[in-house]
Design a protein around this ligand. Sequence first.
Ligand code: BES
Ligand code: ZN
Ligand code: ZN
Length: 483
Amino acid sequence: MAVCEFDVEQKYALSNGDLLVFPYLDEDTPLFSEKMVPAFVKGIDSPKEQGKAMTVSAGFYGKKRFVAKAIRLDDKHLTREQVFKRHLSSFVGICLDEKMSRICIFLSDSSVEMVAASMEAAILGGYRFDKYLENKPELPKVVAIVEKGLSKRAIKSLDEKRELFSWVNFSRDVLNEPPNEIHPESLSDIFRKTGKKAGLKITVWDEKRLEKEGCGGILAVGRGASSRPKLVIGEYKPRKPKAFVALVGKGVTMDTGGYCLKPAKSQTGMKYDMAGAAITFATACAIAKLKLPIRVVVITPLVENDISSTAFHTQDIITMRNGKTVQVDNTDAEGRLILADALTIASEMKPDCIVDAATLTGACVVALGEDIAGVFGPDSNFNANLIDAGHSADETLWEMPLFMPYMEQLKADIADIKNIGSRWGGAITAALFLKQFVEKDIKWAHIDVAGPCVKEEPLGFLGKGAKGFGVKTLFEFTRSFAS
Ligand code: BES
Ligand code: ZN
Ligand code: ZN
């Protein structure tokens, strides 16, 4: 909703309420040149401890108030950009508390990495969902002050990043909305409008169409809610595409658990259960908007998992789009049921690869904690591409085993398969369930984003609420998949 404005400038002039930032790589290595330090800032020095920030000068110059901080970017566990972004986002908080109006970062090195990190801290770290607040925060502006101008290439790469970050924030906006605003019908409308604007061809399947198409999984889960189930397909086809990538995202706009009702506390994070849909859709929009030479299709099944007299039950047997029958042993394992049909549709389109993203299991959060997404897939090299893309996007993904012997756990008596396994290894059995619906010769990986996408507390340099985790990774992955 609200983000810090960001600019790059070559000259600095003090304005009232400036927070000046002087980064050091380590104790002895400033990343700004002495010449750039304004005369009113006195006694600048690096902080004594790794990774720390220190106020080096503060007060008034003329009638203008300022604070100057030196920061160190060396850290045992984090990269310099990670430390840098964390400092900058905490400075956004300081500016709000202290009513400061600008953060001015002094950089001698006009390397695009530090400027890009400054921009990322401003647009993603400075994001606040203020739509429902009477008193909206007045966010500071962030300015990177570089000694030399940026190259054309650097400017192009920054513009691209700016666009990409705006799509990360689009996904956060829809995720942060409450469940009484975002339901299958309203979300499909938002996707239709936004997708069209970004350059996607949008098709929305309503309930009638879903019936005609045999999407038993989506229909079963969506049956109990007054907002009827939808499936949104977004397509982007450039003239000479280098590859064809399909993205599939779980879109449960609210997961109460259905008749296998979640306890009250576990329901609070479940408005984020459409994170898979939000991030895959945002990624496709970014790709279309930036006209990447890759054909992309995004498929998002949208449902609300509710209790009502029409809701599905445990022991129901559902016939899925690919003809397989599924016995419902738990109505709270609904994500895999809607993804199954979507993965079948994706497979029918014969893409070069399919990547699905879903807040699929609490078990994955138990395994990896809240900051890491799990990657499951039969081809470790392919999984590694996603993990590497995450690495360059500053998002952490970890490979998990797609352990075939656990398929035993999904055996049902009077249907082909059931929708849950035993108590242990639940993230793996969920991924194995999905695998049954992907065409065998298509490369495929499943990303369980239940941890980082549902986490309410800050993650790295990102504040509370939705993080849009995965958009940067999926974008980077898709781009590199083509080459
Ligand atoms: N949306 C949840 C998974 C989830 C849990 C996401 C916690 C984020 C945080 C999913 O639909 C679900 O309820 N899964 C069950 C599966 C179980 C019934 C086999 C779970 O993880 O408990
Ligand atoms: Zn559930
Ligand atoms: Zn769910």
